[in-house]
Design a protein around this ligand. Structure first.
Ligand code: SF4
Length: 429
């Protein structure tokens, strides 16, 4: 979501005559989008602010520096006192709101006019990561999470707007599109009538574009239905990637986390998704060391990971986030050693599972999108977003090609490009 927001703001600045550059030293305007989902991310943002103190652009002037996103509201005073070289603090990362503030405070922008035909889909990148935001904010109230507080309640973009942005991506030659929301399958639920319009929205995108690959992120088991599995997950133009965070394998911990699903629901939805989509590439989030997690609870998580066999997982140790429900109600009693030990064990388990599950692809031929080409070869991505390294390619960045998988590593494949005439999806040239 943060990457999508930054892409969106970059596109708007481009429409005002801006150009994205590689380092603060080349910039007149530096936007630092921050995340405080974990303490480490917050610390990194603070340290980055410090590093900007002596930044000077080509004209020898300090750039106009903006701090935005979740870290800002909670640290307003500290940022003002410690980093006086930051010119503007913005309490959110919503592109509309950020641009409003910039228009008021960053003079060169106020003095320029925006291209009439601007669309947020005019991003500066054209790899396999082209986003359309369908939902902003989140109505779930997971006890450990700062997102509802930092990004506000769920707001759904209209279906027409989502389709129009997806079409913009297509018109500029993007190979695929990813529809985003913190709980994307809850699309439409915020309208108040209790209806779920996720299927309608995704079918509108599929019907009005011709992308061979359409993805969506992120899904919650409590929003998932058999109908979603049958009409969307099973759709041939929907990629087989399903990111379905479980967080814990213990119903008691899930309840303390205020997740709205239990293990049985999760297990049932995975079975259903795998039954309609045998090539499903299933990923998850695991959070160990929640304050009420006993050793037995943790063992349930470990056992569930063994049982389900995720293709990949994002794994974290609990870190208390100020202002959250769990920070107020569950003192962070578990020692760092226990958390780190549990985290290391699940990482090791997942490393083995990922390697084992990846082996099913050896010798397979897969369509891929080229992401980068250099003297050493090409980096591409599969439909399920796994990087693949190839010695070379006859194709350009952003085009489809086809590769035979030669070896598998934990988080990437290596492969060789096979004749593009054999590609199921023709390259766009
Ligand atoms: S679903 Fe839960 S974890 Fe995800 S953004 Fe919403 S509150 Fe946070």
């Amino acid at each position: 979501m943060n990457v999508a927001d930054v892409d969106d703001i970059s596109a708007r600045l481009n429409a005002y005559g801006g150009r994205r550059v590689e380092s603060p030293e080349e910039a007149d305007l530096v936007l630092v989008n921050t995340c405080m989902v974990r303490k480490k991310a917050e610390d990194k943002a603070m340290s980055y602010f410090g590093g900007l103190k002596h930044a000077r652009n080509a004209a020898g002037r300090p750039p106009f520096i903006v701090a935005m996103g979740c870290v800002v509201p909670r640290n307003q005073q500290k940022i003002r006192e410690t980093y006086p070289h930051i010119d503007l603090l913005v309490n959110y990362s919503d592109p509309d709101l950020v641009m409003n503030q910039l228009m008021e405070q960053f003079e060169p922008l106020a003095a320029s006019a925006m291209d009439d035909d601007f669309s947020p889909a005019m991003t500066t990148s054209i790899g396999s990561q082209n986003f359309v935001t369908a939902i902003r904010g989140c109505n779930h109230r997971c006890s450990f999470c700062v997102v509802p507080w930092a990004r506000g309640p769920q707001r759904d973009e209209p279906i027409d707007k989502i389709v129009a942005e997806a079409r913009e991506h297509e018109l500029r030659g993007a190979p695929d599109v990813t529809i985003l929301g913190q709980s994307i399958m809850a699309y439409g639920k915020s309208s108040g009538d209790g209806s779920q319009r996720f299927i309608e929205m995704m079918e509108a995108v599929l019907e009005n574009t011709s992308f061979p690959w359409v993805r969506f992120l992120t899904s919650l088991a409590c929003d998932m239905t058999d109908e979603i599995c049958e009409r969307i997950i099973a759709h041939p133009r929907i990629t087989p990637l399903l990111h379905l965070p479980i967080q814990s394998g213990s119903d008691k911990v899930l309840s303390d986390m205020r997740r709205k699903h239990d293990v049985a629901t999760y297990r049932r939805m995975v079975e259903k998704a795998r039954s309609v989509r045998p090539d499903l590439y299933l990923t998850t989030d695991i959070l160990v060391g929640f304050p009420t997690e006993t050793e037995a609870d943790y063992r349930e998580t470990y056992a569930l990971m063994e049982e389900i066999g995720f293709d990949d997982a994002f794994m974290f140790a609990y870190s208390e986030r100020p202002g959250t429900h769990s920070a107020r109600h569950f003192p962070d009693m578990l020692s760092r050693e226990v958390k780190i030990r549990r985290l290391s064990e699940v990482i090791e388990l997942q490393r083995r599972t990922s390697a084992e599950r990846s082996r099913r692809y050896i010798g397979e031929e897969l369509d891929v999108v080229i992401e980068a080409v250099n003297e050493e070869g090409a980096v591409a991505r599969t439909s399920f977003n796994k990087p693949i390294y190839m010695p070379g390619t006859a194709r350009q960045v952003g085009e489809y090609s086809r590769a035979r998988i030669m070896t598998v590593r934990v988080s990437a494949f290596t492969g060789e490009e096979i004749s593009v005439e054999h590609a199921a999806i023709p390259a766009r040239v």
